[in-house]
Design a protein around this ligand. Structure first.
Ligand code: NDP
Ligand code: GDR
Length: 373
């Protein structure tokens, strides 16, 4: 059997990096699209990078952008992929309120551009297409838990753009027979999660605070409930969805939800810190109630290390998301293997290792600037 070829947009992102690893393990040739940036932006895939001077490299990166049709057509023509995974996106919900037009261009029209490239090049029968759809489509939820048939009510420019992408994938499947499908994925995280999404913001800040590199973590809505899974489990499902005979859309979730506050509590616990939450709304704080072990040596009982800052509230919030992954389980045999507690512990430990390195450098007189948002 000839080697399968995949093209991943968003390969430098969290999911793109795990998916590229998975496909390489399965023997694929993997092409990825990376954006031009003024600094290197390939940290998440540097470990699988292959020297471009070596013939037949299995991992190849192309410069590109979802806002550029000619670029996408040229890459698609060169690569002629068996499978396209469209993971590229302006993926931050809060940022989409600041940059709604750009978000629509990349997340909505970017998807159309890729599907049009498939059609333009006559690849409708060859190329399977995965669209990174999202639980944000449910927004103001109409049914609990949310499944494939639950009506959508998007609550942000990001979610509205992703709604266009969802339907254009369905439309090209129905109109042109393209094998296009949507994975409606609920939140999934990992040590590679972008630093400004809430889970990683929490694990990284608490690790830094425990080592004396930061003083306080500022958060928005701590009551928000999310169904958090591990990115490694979720990219496995992305691949599985393209291995069927007929394309279908699937909800991918764990079926359990916890609040942002609970995620803070879990992360602190992993560092040996017991937190006490007090106050309400914008006045809510979390104080160190007890410390076990020596991980949080920079802290004292009574320190306030979490506060609410309304700047992180969103113009329209998605208060609760809880997915029902029954279809994925029954039709594909997919079940998540990593619990939210295990994932949280992995993220905290990974951020703690870096924080300890930075703290050590600081004690030796090096200047350490910690970026926060
Ligand atoms: P990330 O934000 O980690 O990665 C997004 C990727 O898209 C990055 O590689 C980024 O490049 C790239 N990108 C951004 N803008 C463009 C552009 N204009 N042209 C080309 N590429 C671009 O997201 P995740 O890995 O977490 O998510 C992957 C996909 O899944 C996204 O589409 C997201 O919306 C969706 N999704 C994610 C969920 C989650 O919980 N993680 C849940 C449901 C859906 P760069 O590295 O240069 O910034
Ligand atoms: P989300 O993820 O919006 O669900 O989108 P995020 O981690 O940004 O927010 C989750 C919830 O936490 C609340 N929150 C905060 N969020 C951030 N980022 N920063 C804070 O300080 C903060 N405080 C509280 C938010 O209000 C929200 O309720 C993610 C992205 O990966 C999308 O691309 C994806 O489609 C969805 O998950 C499913």
């Amino acid at each position: 059997m000839s080697q399968k070829v995949a093209l991943i947009t968003g390969v430098t992102g969290q999911d793109g990096s795990y998916l590229a690893e998975l496909l390489l393990e399965k023997g694929y040739k993997v092409h990825g699209i990376k954006r031009r940036a003024s600094l290197f932006n390939t940290q998440r895939v540097d470990h699988i990078y292959e020297d471009i001077h070596v013939d037949n490299a299995n991992f190849v990166l192309h410069y590109g952008d979802l806002s550029d049709s000619s670029n996408l057509i040229r890459i698609m023509r060169e690569v002629e992929p068996d499978e396209v995974y469209n993971l590229g996106a302006q993926s931050h919900v809060a940022v989409s309120f600041e940059a709604p037009e750009y978000t629509a261009d990349v997340d909505a029209l970017g998807t159309l551009r890729l599907l049009e490239a498939i059609r333009f090049l006559g690849l409708e029968k060859k190329t399977k297409f995965y669209q990174a759809s999202t639980s944000e489509l449910y927004g103001l939820v109409q049914e609990i838990p949310q499944k494939e048939t639950t009506p959508f009510h998007p609550r942000s420019p990001y979610a509205v753009a992703k709604m266009y992408a969802y339907w254009i994938a369905v439309n090209y499947r129905e109109s042109y027979g393209i094998y296009a499908c949507n994975g409606i994925l609920f939140n999934h995280e990992s040590p590679r999660r972008g630093e400004t999404f809430v889970t990683r913001k929490i694990t990284r800040a608490l690790a830094n605070i425990s080592q004396g590199l930061e003083k306080c973590l500022f958060l928005g809505n701590m009551d928000a409930l999310r169904d958090w899974g591990h990115a490694k489990d979720y990219v496995r499902m992305q691949w599985m969805m393209l291995q069927q005979d007929t394309p279908e859309d699937f909800v991918i979730a764990t079926g359990k939800q916890i609040s942002v506050r609970e995620f803070v509590r879990l992360s602190a616990k992993e560092l040996g810190i017991t937190l006490e939450f007090s106050g309400e709304g914008v006045d809510e704080i979390a104080t160190v109630a007890a410390i076990e072990g020596d991980n949080a040596h920079a802290l004292r009982v009574g320190d306030i290390i979490v506060k609410v800052d309304p700047r992180y509230f969103r113009p329209a919030e998605v208060e609760t998301l809880l997915g029902d992954p029954t279809k994925a389980k029954e039709k594909l045999g997919w079940v998540p293997e990593i619990t939210v507690e295990e994932m949280c512990a992995e993220m905290v430990q990974s951020d703690l290792e870096v924080a300890k390195q930075h703290a050590l450098l600081k004690t030796h007189g090096y200047k350490i600037a910690v970026a926060v948002e």
